[in-house]
Design a protein around this ligand. Structure first.
Ligand code: AMP
Length: 226
């Protein structure tokens, strides 16, 4: 049986960090629109050139661009047994487009894991975030909460760390505003559809991972027993 999961929550809730571990544990692909867009920007592809100005400004990339990327990815063979969407959908139109695409390929959303955390906490997480510049590694750090052993250098692969353009203070504010205006309503949408599972994302990455796994287990348990 396939398991389609969505990770929902504000920027800085820890979706990326959690998604990497969870997808590995569940053996399903991690589909991050942010990572795919950054990869497209880095490789200079047409879609990346179109997306970059929105990303640098902390705005949403046009729906047509992200919906096309996600639809193509979901049709890949490795998504037949499930997937973990991270950073998509981000507004009502994307949620509608996802539903339509899933009908087309004969799948559905199994659950939406909502990482709940305050705006203050995400602001401090985002402003201290550092990423590995090696795209194959993509490890994430935080200058205070999860520093690398040697400043500015990735523990895992030795590449330089960098701060994402959109993790600068004024862009963080813009991204949080976009979350409130465009994305936050999806919580109500999926709650109404009885798909929402709330996870307290205010703790350490390990604590959040435990809460998330427990919520996913509850979803899986309910599915097997029904
Ligand atoms: P993220 O890594 O998920 O924080 O995404 C980084 C940036 O990529 C966002 O601020 C947007 O500019 C863009 N982006 C990622 N996912 C989406 C999406 N589903 N819709 C529109 N823009 C997106």
């Amino acid at each position: 049986m396939s398991l389609g999961l969505i990770l929902l929550g504000p920027p800085g809730a820890g979706k990326g960090t959690q998604a990497v571990q969870l997808s590995a544990k569940l053996g399903i692909p991690h589909i991050s629109t942010g990572d795919m867009l950054r990869e497209a920007v880095g490789s200079g592809r047409e879609v990346g050139l179109r997306a970059k100005k929105y990303m640098d400004a902390g705005q949403l990339v046009p729906d047509s661009v992200v919906v096309a990327i996600v639809s193509e990815r979901l049709s890949s063979a490795d998504c037949a047994k499930g997937w973990l969407l991270d950073g998509f959908p981000r507004n009502e139109a994307q949620a509608e487009a996802l539903d339509a695409e899933l009908v087309r390929i004969g799948q559905k959303v199994g659950a939406v894991m909502y990482l709940r955390v305050s705006a203050e906490a995400v602001t401090s997480r985002l402003s201290g975030r550092r990423m590995c510049s090696n795209k194959q590694c993509n490890a994430g750090y935080h200058v205070d909460f999860m520093p690398s052993k040697k400043e500015g250098v990735c523990d895992k692969c030795g590449s330089a760390l960098y701060q994402r353009n959109d993790d600068k203070p004024e862009i963080i504010r813009q991204r949080l505003q976009v979350y409130e205006s465009d994305t936050a309503s999806l919580v109500a949408r999926y709650r109404a559809g009885r798909l929402l599972r709330e996870v307290d994302a205010s703790g350490s990455p390990e604590e959040v991972a435990r809460g998330l796994m427990a919520a996913v287990d509850a979803v899986r348990g309910a599915r097997w027993s029904s």
